[in-house]
Unconditional design. Structure first.
Length: 79
């Protein structure tokens, strides 16, 4: 089962389903085929919602993104 982590701190954000992982992969740009990290800010969260990403996934990530203009780097791993 895949898990999301804060890339800077290593803190677990939460476990996600394969379908939720696919939402991230489908909606967000990867720099390479091996890329497993994304920069998430409020604009990205809005974009995920607009693209129909799973709301539970977006809510889980949103709880870890600061309200200010800053964002976080997240990464996914298959545990």
């Amino acid at each position: 089962m895949p898990s999301l982590y804060n890339k800077d701190s290593g803190a677990l954000i939460g476990r996600i389903s394969e379908e939720q992982l696919q939402d991230l992969i489908d909606c967000l740009v990867e720099e390479s085929a091996d890329d497993q990290d994304y920069y998430i800010d409020q604009t990205t969260l809005d974009y995920l919602r607009e693209q129909g990403a799973d709301e539970a996934l977006v809510t889980m990530i949103a709880a870890h993104v600061p309200e200010a203009d800053e964002g976080i780097e997240i990464e996914w791993r298959k545990d």
